[in-house]
Design a protein around this ligand. Structure first.
Ligand SMILES: Nc1ncnc2c1ncn2[C@@H]1O[C@H](COP(=O)(O)OP(=O)(O)OP(=O)(O)O)[C@@H](O)[C@H]1O
Ligand SMILES: [Mg+2]
Length: 469
């Protein structure tokens, strides 16, 4: 059996076609879960690497082996050199220091791989991991271990040292959780999957970031017990789902506005064909979390002294970027906040406590969601300071969302200019498609098309399940 998996920035879900009918996987009583995981035992921390005498001996052995290899290569090069009558490239040996540096890297990598293998072999660890919203409660309760938010956002980033292996380990656990839950529900061992992918991953390395993201996801899926994975662009997947619902053919533009990315596909959907015909796909690596970040910096971080003290702005950015493990680590290890004037210094120190940046980010997101349907919203922040509360208005949100909406409108207009034919309908999906300002941007870019509201949460996973079937 093959399942479809929507590994989303904010929410993940899975499904399959069973006896011709679409069936979504249930996680507890829900059809999706927050892509957040809590690991009670700390994950291997690359910073904990220490050169023990045993590891030192491994380094020495590697250096000796490389030296011998090098001597052989040099002798061979000399032979070739004289056979060629003294012409041809000369052999340039690596220095002792270089050989040792290389050996150290290899040993460090083996050490981390062993640590990760040890962690993932402990069945208890896997079963003790907590996923979704409950992950945050568990973390707050325990006050230790590891809380990982939206790992998908990091897949396309330059990962220093062993951060790559740690990220693969996290994605592996989440995919394994999905595979086990699906296997149990469908009563068969699931080993094949179609995984959704954004048109453009969030990346710090341009197209190379997208390439890396696919590699890491493939590696994680293999490790999670999938023998075969294929990838399908998320908006193309949503077109697949919509296609199944329509008796007659139409040209549609699927617009999927998620937490991390915004993806568009032009497709002919409906009618007798087994699959929709995808005419093109476009995307930008921005989404709902960028609006959250904007609202946090504009409305919430001033409660911690932003704009009122001389604390560098990037410290607030580090606190707000909850998906970024490196930035969160940087924020939590700052020791200079006791010098920040009252009441801000104390609040910043409270914000550094385990789980509080994530709690704050959830409060910011709640405010954004509430402001989709009401003019104002009150947030209580008693875990920072007794009685601390703040309110946000639609005007705050409008200003916070402005950079995202500008990028979104540019994308819509670029796509419109490239289409060989305007769409009959625009099919909206993705959690952010519930926001009236997002719908407004679509309406003004495609005033003549009919807006079709797909299932905002399940449009992509339904399509992936259909494609997998
Ligand atoms: N009513 C609402 N108003 C505004 N935003 C909303 C609303 N409901 C959900 N969202 C936002 O939608 C986003 C999540 O959407 P979705 O579940 O489609 O993302 P995802 O599939 O996890 O992410 P991606 O596809 O980018 O990887 C979040 O930013 C969430 O805050
Ligand atoms: Mg999505």
């Amino acid at each position: 059996m093959r399942i479809g998996i929507d590994f989303g920035t904010s929410y993940s879900a899975a499904g399959a076609v069973v006896d011709g009918r679409l069936e979504l996987v249930r996680f507890g009583s829900e059809q999706q879960f927050r892509t957040t995981a809590y690991f009670p035992q700390a994950l291997p921390d690359p910073a904990k690497f220490e050169l023990t005498p045993a590891l030192e001996a491994e380094v020495d052995a590697l250096v000796r082996a490389s030296r011998a290899d090098q001597a052989r290569a040099a002798a061979r090069a000399r032979e070739l050199h004289s056979a060629a009558g003294g012409s041809g490239p000369a052999f340039v040996p690596r220095s002792e220091a270089q050989l040792r540096r290389d050996a150290l890297l290899v040993v460090r990598r083996h050490w981390l791989e062993a640590e990760i293998a040890r962690a993932s072999q402990t069945v208890a660890q896997l079963h003790d991991a907590v996923y979704g919203d409950a992950a945050i409660d568990a973390y707050l309760e325990e006050g230790e271990g590891h809380l990982v938010v939206s790992p998908k956002s990091m897949l396309g980033y330059k990962l220093h040292g062993a951060a790559r292996d740690v990220l693969v380990g996290i994605a592996l656990h989440i995919l394994e959780h999905i595979r086990m839950t699906a296997s149990e529900q469908f009563g068969t061992t699931v080993r094949h999957a179609v995984l959704g992918r954004p048109v453009e991953f969030r990346s710090s390395m341009g197209a190379a970031g997208g390439q890396q993201a696919i590699e890491l996801l493939t590696e994680a899926a293999r490790g999670a017990g999938f023998d075969e994975v294929t990838f399908l662009e998320e908006p193309a997947a949503a077109a697949f789902g919509y296609h199944r619902e329509l008796a007659t053919m139409q040209r549609t533009l699927v617009v999927d506005i998620g937490g991390g990315t915004t993806d568009i596909a032009s497709a002919d959907v409906g009618g007798a064909g087994a699959a929709p015909a995808i005419r093109g796909a476009w995307g930008i690596p921005q989404g709902g979390t960028d609006v959250d970040l904007g609202l946090s910096m504009r409305r919430f971080m001033p409660l911690f002294g932003k704009d009122h003290t001389r604390t560098p702005v990037h410290h607030y950015y580090e606190a707000a970027a909850v998906h970024d493990l490196q930035r969160q680590h940087a924020f939590r290890s700052r020791t200079s906040f006791q010098d920040v004037p009252a009441p801000y210094g104390e609040r910043l120190i409270r914000l550094q406590e385990p789980g509080n940046t994530v709690r704050l980010q959830r409060a910011v997101e709640d405010a954004k969601v509430a402001l989709s349907s009401q003019p104002g919203h009150e947030t209580e922040l008693a875990y920072i300071e007794p009685g601390l509360r703040t309110s946000s208005s639609v005007d705050d949100l409008t200003l916070a969302a402005e950079p995202y909406l500008r990028a979104f409108s540019t994308l819509l207009n670029d796509v419109r200019a490239r289409l060989d034919r305007l769409p009959d309908t625009v099919f909206l999906t993705g959690g952010m498609s519930r926001a009236p300002y997002v719908q407004g941007a679509v309406r003004s870019a495609f005033p003549e098309a009919e807006l079709v509201h797909g299932n905002a949460s399940l449009g992509v996973v339904s399509g992936l399940a259909a494609a997998a079937g």
